[in-house]
Design a protein around this ligand. Sequence first.
Ligand SMILES: [Zn+2]
Length: 69
Amino acid sequence: MKCPICGKPAVPDYLPFCSRRCADVDLFRWLTESYAIPVKPDETDEDEPERSDLRSDPRPDPRPDPKDA
Ligand SMILES: [Zn+2]
């Protein structure tokens, strides 16, 4: 059996893959696909225009400097 990711011979520990890396790659692809559900452009119930004058400052809190401790 060949690894579906890279085509190398699979190893029993990671069947049907050849390595942990390829198994992870496949898992990641699977997760990505399952999460990549396209959002319907029709569902725009919230009529929310983007206003840049709204005071929304998404700046994270400054982390305490570890040197101060
Ligand atoms: Zn592989």
